[in-house]
Design a protein around this ligand. Structure first.
Ligand code: SF4
Ligand code: SF4
Length: 150
């Protein structure tokens, strides 16, 4: 793969949240697998499971509604005000969120990766990401539908 021979830098930028917002009416990275929901259940977030079921579009993949609001419902204000919004389920966020931007479709070519860098300001920032880390993130979502940010 092209990225084996090229240093890939990435660091999520504080206060960004772009991939948690809608673009063209779709959410950037929120796709649930039943295992994501099980992790939410294990962390006592049963109210989220109810929402997930209400919006189930396929047996195994639960996808956020696209017709309401302009951001993922888990993007919350920081308690006591101040500061940018942040993920309210960070430790148990769906795997596609945790893996982004290392999605197969976004890494299929250097050209596609560079195009994603126009959207995600974290690409090209920070330290070089080890190949093992990139491969682990790609592997973590291998059972998901072909994720392509909208
Ligand atoms: S778009 Fe990139 S920098 Fe912004 S929150 Fe998402 S991963 Fe982080
Ligand atoms: S679950 Fe968290 S990281 Fe994923 S889109 Fe929602 S707020 Fe963003």
């Amino acid at each position: 793969m092209w990225y084996h021979n090229k240093p890939i830098k990435f660091e999520c930028q504080s206060g960004c949240s772009k991939c948690c917002l809608t673009e063209k009416g779709e959410y950037g990275s929120v796709t649930y697998h039943h295992t994501d929901v099980q992790r939410l259940d294990a962390h006592d977030r049963k109210e989220l499971i109810w929402v997930g079921r209400a919006n189930m579009t396929k047996p195994d993949y639960w996808i956020q509604p696209t017709s309401e609001g302009s951001q993922c419902m888990f993007l919350v204000d920081v308690p006591f005000g101040g500061g940018p919004k942040q993920c309210g389920i960070h430790k148990v966020k769906p795997k596609p969120c945790a893996a982004y931007p290392f999605w197969p479709a976004l890494m299929e070519s250097e050209e596609r990766w560079n195009k994603e860098a126009e959207f995600c300001p974290g690409i090209g920032q920070g330290d070089v990401v080890p190949i093992d880390t990139i491969e682990a993130k790609l592997k973590s979502i291998k059972d998901y539908p072909n994720l392509e940010r909208c």
